[in-house]
Design a protein around this ligand. Structure first.
Ligand code: PGA
Length: 253
């Protein structure tokens, strides 16, 4: 299965900075075997889309509302994302869950809406430090998957990727935070796949890309991406520099 390497820029990069970053990135990944996606802030999507024309890099957003339009001050709809050229959207990121109190039911609505508009969701799941210490990480992950994929069929799952992001391993801009070990990450990814196997058919669980997220960088990407059930990465901090991100893209080849 082809790896998917997605850049989650979070709330970083002004318009000029964003365009400069993709200008530098485009030639570095032009021969990449992996699918490459960049997910900038809403305000810079259009200019980044223009810069990406003719390249192999796809555009994604970091969030969206589930309605097409309406009285939702400050929000952005799937139609708007489509109209600027997005093909992907990150949904249920732990920042959205923890800081903005998004719950599974809301995220499920967003996943269904994204698919209706031919946007490919990257659905994030993962436990926090306390949940890991209590030994309930798998319960958390299973509940999130069941609730956020409710109502989807095997056909729709073809366009869905899962990002397993242990919250305790997310850098939040701190390069000293350690990722999960490759063995621990692989175990969780196997668990995610087993849950998908219960929810959907075997083909779906086998072919769904499960990305790892949490302090993935050039130095550790190779060993993580070499694990059989790690099919890509959702990269935050290390995606803010073109060279480092390009190395991650190549690390899985
Ligand atoms: P990180 O972030 O790579 O900076 O740890 C990943 C994420 O939150 O998606």
């Amino acid at each position: 299965m082809k790896n998917l390497i997605a850049a989650n820029w979070k709330m970083n990069k002004t318009n000029e900075e964003a365009v400069a970053l993709v200008k530098e990135l485009t030639p570095l990944v032009k021969d990449a075997e992996a699918d490459v996606v960049v997910c900038p802030s809403f305000t810079v999507l259009k200019d980044v889309a223009d810069e990406l024309k003719g390249s192999n890099i796809k555009l994604g957003a970091q969030n969206m509302h589930y309605e097409d339009s309406g009285a939702f001050t400050g929000d952005v709809s799937p139609l708007m994302l489509k109209s600027v050229g997005c093909g992907y959207v990150i949904l249920g990121h732990s920042d959205r869950r923890e800081i903005f109190k998004e719950d599974d039911a809301l995220i499920d609505k967003k996943v269904i809406s994204a698919l209706k508009h031919a946007l490919k969701p990257i659905l994030c799941v993962g436990e926090n430090f306390d949940q890991k210490e209590k030994g309930i990480a798998n319960d958390i992950i299973e509940t999130q998957l069941k609730n956020c994929l409710k109502g989807l069929d095997n056909q729709q799952m073809k366009d869905v990727s899962i990002a397993y992001e242990p919250i305790w391993a997310i850098s939040r801009g701190n390069p000293n935070v350690k990722p999960a070990t490759k063995e621990d990450a692989e175990q969780r990814h196997q668990f995610v796949r087993s849950v998908l196997n219960n929810l959907f058919d075997e083909n779906t669980s086998k072919n769904t890309r499960i990305l790892y997220g949490g302090s993935m960088k050039a130095e550790n990407a190779k060993e993580l991406l070499a694990m059989p059930d790690i099919n890509g990465g959702l990269v935050g901090n290390a995606s803010l520099k073109a060279k480092g991100f390009a190395e991650i893209v190549k690390a899985g080849e």
